[in-house]
Design a protein around this ligand. Structure first.
Ligand SMILES: Nc1ncnc2c1ncn2[C@@H]1O[C@H](COP(=O)(O)OP(=O)(O)OP(=O)(O)O)[C@@H](O)[C@H]1O
Ligand SMILES: [Mg+2]
Length: 375
């Protein structure tokens, strides 16, 4: 449905050229919900604007449904209105002087091919009912809540029945509660009409909950692509690990790796050993970083019988968070975080045993750790 190959874009600024997108490749299949996730300034909007035809790329190719829409090497550029897309941007410009109906119907009225009044009416009502706004068709758009305005913007994006929907942080103007509700509605709606969606956000929980696949971007490049589970549990480096949520980083040396892929690792400060399944080959003695999410470390109040992947430590702090508590446990020079659900009897100062889930660790060599700052 969408193929982006080698996309680059540089802006000229007063401080000189700024490369916003540095060679981005990805493909989205029909019906997929695909998200570009990354911190502010990493090039998400620029990528989306190139796909929309609002920005001319310097290099690379963009194909929508197999049709080339941008290829600077052939001086090829199809304008926005000839690309089969619908768009909603962060600042969802809906026109205050028009009511809901006219906001949604506007794109049909400005089209060259004239449509009859009843045809337009049917299409507008159809689009409004997709977002649950048909009852408010004649409400002035100044008298709408944030969520309702967002729905109007969405209905307008869908009025042409586009093949591809581009959404750039469409929920970021809404307050936290409404954002969550709209997230669910949006997800329902796009899956109901089975529209291919390219979503842009810097919010990791939004990306994880909504997407079929996620491309994590940093400084104009995609650094990892995968399903939400893959990028969350198997990050390919520190940047992705830290950007997608809380993570523990544990430095260790590889003692040996057996032929069945089990790696024996010795932690710094002699605080213990771990045996983990390692998908990659590591050399004996190699220094690695183990990444494990707080929910994949279990806190035991008594010493477990099986001490495999158990680290002994002392509880330094417990943050009560309502439905769960976050434990900070000192193990040598490490301070490990663990999330524990439900009510806990444990108290700071107590001795504790942490069980590391061997199947939920990602392991990198040190050389992947250079571009480390994500939080
Ligand atoms: N029109 C422009 N002129 C000059 N520089 C620009 C322009 N648009 C974007 N940039 C720069 O390109 C880089 C990428 O910007 P972009 O808007 O694509 O980031 P983003 O990932 O969407 O960030 P955010 O999450 O803040 O929206 C930034 O450094 C930005 O300052
Ligand atoms: Mg942006």
């Amino acid at each position: 449905m969408l193929t982006v190959t080698g996309l680059t874009k540089t802006f000229q600024t007063s401080e000189g050229p700024a490369q916003a997108v540095k060679g981005v490749d990805f493909k989205i299949s029909e019906g997929e919900f695909y998200t570009l996730l990354g911190p502010s300034g990493c090039g998400k909007t620029t990528t989306l604007r190139c796909i929309a035809g609002l920005e001319k790329p310097d290099d690379g190719q963009i194909k929508i449904e197999g049709r080339l829409v941008a290829d600077p090497s052939r001086r090829m550029f199809i304008p926005t209105h000839e690309r089969d897309i619908g768009m909603v941007f962060q600042s969802y410009a809906i026109w205050p002087h028009l009511d809901v109906f006219d906001n949604v119907g506007y794109p049909l009225k400005v089209r060259r091919r004239r449509q009859s009044k009843t045809e337009i009416e049917d299409r507008v009502i159809e689009a409004l009912s997709l977002v649950g706004m048909e009852d408010l068709a004649h409400r002035p758009s100044t008298k709408l809540s944030g969520g309702q305005q967002q729905r109007v913007a969405l209905a307008r994006a869908l009025i042409h029945r586009p093949k591809l929907l581009l959404l750039d942080e469409p929920l970021s103007n809404l307050d936290a509660k409404l954002r969550e509700q709209m997230r669910i509605e949006l997800e329902d709606m796009v899956s109901r009409i089975a529209i291919t969606t390219l979503y842009v956000t810097h919010d990791q929980s939004e990306a994880l909950s909504m997407s079929d696949r996620i491309a994590v971007m940093s400084e104009g490049l995609i650094v990892q692509e995968g399903t939400p589970r893959e990028v969350y549990n198997q990050p390919n480096g520190n940047f992705v690990a830290a950007f997608l949520g809380n993570a523990n980083f544990i430095t260790a040396a590889v003692l040996k790796q057996s032929s069945n892929g089990i790696g024996y690792l010795k932690l710094n400060d002699e605080v213990g050993q771990l045996q983990l399944s390692l998908p990659d080959q590591f050399k004996t003695g190699e220094i690695v970083e183990i990444v494990v999410r707080p929910e994949n470390i279990r806190v035991n109040q008594n010493q477990p019988l099986d001490l495999t992947n158990v680290l002994e430590g002392k509880i330094e702090r417990i943050d009560f968070q309502g439905g769960q508590s976050e434990f900070f446990v000192r193990v040598g020079s490490l301070l490990l975080r663990s999330v524990v659900g439900g009510v806990t009897e444990a108290t700071p100062g107590a001795q504790t045993w942490l069980t590391i889930d061997a199947n939920q660790c990602a392991v990198f060599t040190k050389k992947n750790l250079d571009n480390a700052d994500a939080t």
